[in-house]
Design a protein around this ligand. Structure first.
Ligand SMILES: [Zn+2]
Length: 97
């Protein structure tokens, strides 16, 4: 397992999206943490800026995780109903020989 990585800038967020591996977990002080696909359309620059830059991560934050299992264990996170990350449980590298 790789440790979750807190995302501190939009540039970091962009790099994770380009790498197209793992998942994002968005935490929130008022509700459950939610797991999203790394390239989901529900990951929005405006929301990221509000939470991380403007609110200074006081009401929640963005994390990158290597797997859904990590997200569940570390954050008690639930899967996003919009991008449905459970559909990509099998990592592409599983198919490499
Ligand atoms: Zn989502």
């Amino acid at each position: 397992m790789v440790k979750p990585k807190e995302i501190e800038s939009f540039d970091e967020l962009r790099k994770f999206r380009l790498a197209d591996e793992g998942y994002f977990v968005i935490t929130d002080t008022t509700r459950h943490a939610i797991i999203h696909k790394v390239n989901a359309t529900c990951i929005k620059a405006d929301s990221f800026n509000l939470k991380v830059t403007i609110n200074g991560r006081k009401q929640g934050s963005y994390f990158w995780v290597d797997s859904i299992a990590t997200a569940a264990r570390e954050f008690g996170a639930v899967r996003c109903k919009v991008c449905k990350p459970e559909l990509s449980l099998v990592h592409p590298s599983t198919f490499e020989t």
